[in-house]
Design a protein around this ligand. Structure first.
Ligand code: UD1
Length: 419
């Protein structure tokens, strides 16, 4: 078993280069199944979710060559099976994108129910509704999803809720369908736009990604022979921005799209931090105890749920009392119990948490319940006085490339230790 050992407090200072976006990359890789040919994907984050995505594609017949640790060339000319390996697909959430892509490419797919962070109920009814409206038959039996379609047909699809996964999945199934699909009440996250940009680079006809209505005119074929670079990770950038505030540090984040960070920038300024925006890089610094603030998580362009735990660390040491209202996931406050072990005073009830700001956190052994909770604990360990031991690193490794090295370079005293 591995743990991260963090000794604090440290004020984080220096430069961080932001990696490619996990949530875009885990959709772009299955999207390559729509291409009957070869393409190169660059700026891939080197994280375990990407390695598993590649293993799933290889099990389906794709050939993958790693050009370096952040770039692959993938040949999807021969897809040899329509059964995705259950042990791999159950390991992460985004395995559901195999359904949209394979329905479109092969007319059939058998895949396990997706796994991923335990954030409460994570239904996929809106994905299934979209496929069915396009003419597919979808059944779920004993944890396996069976989806079939002779020929998918474009259709209007109104999403009952704003869902990143369902928007992207229906986009994938619509690209090669006969006719036009219009997704109404679509998610507008940067990774939705990035997947659309990737598919359009390969010959798809998708318009309106980034707004709440996306129109996809089905095309006969996607061509390969192109190179695509994944968008920078909004959530990794936001994690380091909040780390700068929590540790009263000064960080310059390179390779980010600051337009995607506006909701975070606004809250950082509200709590008394400073931000300088250079378009493709951003400087964040803070030289005092943060002020209190209230947060409500919302779909993009609102404050992202995936930065809620990291913001929770800032508010746990703020001057005054704050409230976070989590509107996306039912169980996203598990990290607050761990912060309380470190001296925080947080009461979580359902989807609301009350933060009574304390002056200091103290090191303690803590457990990462999910990916972003893990990142929050790394920040908390850097803020806290003494030694923090963070367990359950598999969650963190799913989504952050080399987290300890990036934190160490900006001054954190952090080691990965095998027990
Ligand atoms: C994606 C992100 C995840 C992020 C979340 C919200 C990936 C791989 N993961 O997850 O990091 O926290 O967006 O920004 O991109 N819902 C339904 N029915 C559905 C689909 C979703 O009721 O068919 C509900 C969910 O329970 C949740 C809300 O809709 O309450 C949003 O979920 P969704 O945007 O789909 O999240 P994911 O795509 O799973």
């Amino acid at each position: 078993m591995e743990k991260l050992v963090v000794t604090g407090p440290t004020s984080l200072k220096g430069e961080v280069t932001i990696s490619g976006a996990k949530n875009a990359a885990v959709a772009i890789l299955p999207a390559t199944l729509l291409i009957d040919g070869i393409c190169t994907i660059e700026n891939l984050p080197n994280i375990s979710d990407i390695k598993i995505s590649c293993q799933i594609l290889e099990a389906l017949g794709a050939k993958i060559k790693w050009n370096n640790k952040n770039s692959i060339t993938i040949d999807t000319t021969n897809i040899t099976t329509t059964k995705a390996p259950l042990d791999l697909t159950s390991k992460f959430r985004a395995s559901y994108y195999i359904i949209g892509a394979m329905l479109s490419r092969m007319g059939e797919i058998e895949v396990g129910m997706p796994g991923g962070c335990k954030l409460g109920a994570r239904p996929i009814d809106q994905h299934i509704k979209g496929f069915e409206l396009q003419g597919a038959t979808v059944t779920v039996e004993k944890g396996t999803i069976y989806a079939k379609a002779k020929k998918l047909k474009g259709s209007p699809v109104y999403m009952d809720i704003v869902s990143v996964g369902a928007t992207i999945n229906v986009m994938l199934s619509a690209v090669l369908a006969e006719g036009t699909t219009i997704i109404d009440n679509a998610a507008k996250e940067p990774h939705v736009v990035d997947v659309a940009n990737f598919l359009n680079t390969m010959g798809a006809d998708i318009r309106g990604a980034g707004t709440d209505v996306i129109k996809i005119n089905g095309v006969k074929k996607l061509h390969g022979n192109a190179t695509y670079s994944v968008v920078p990770d909004q959530i990794e950038a936001g994690t380091f921005m909040l780390a700068a505030v929590a540790t009263r540090g000064d960080l310059l984040l390179k390779n980010c799209i600051t337009k995607h960070l506006e909701s975070i920038t606004a809250k950082i300024v509200e709590v008394g931090g400073n931000v300088e925006d250079y378009g493709d890089s951003i400087r964040v610094w803070c030289n005092k105890r943060p002020n209190k603030a209230n947060i409500k998580t919302l779909p993009y362009p609102g404050f992202p749920t995936d930065l809620q735990p990291q913001m929770g660390v800032v508010l746990s040491i703020a001057n005054g009392s704050s409230i976070i209202n989590e509107s996306i996931w039912e169980s996203r406050f598990q990290y607050t119990e761990e912060l309380n072990k470190m001296g925080a005073k947080i009461t979580a009830q359902g989807k609301t948490a009350f933060f009574e700001g304390v002056k200091k956190l103290y090191g303690a052994p803590v457990y990462s319940s999910d990916l972003r909770a893990g990142a929050a604990l790394v920040i908390a360990g850097t803020v806290a006085e003494g030694t923090t031991e963070i367990y359950n690193l598999e969650h963190i490794d799913r989504g952050y490339e080399n987290i300890e090295e990036k934190f160490r370079k900006i001054g954190a005293k952090i080691e990965r230790v095998k027990e």
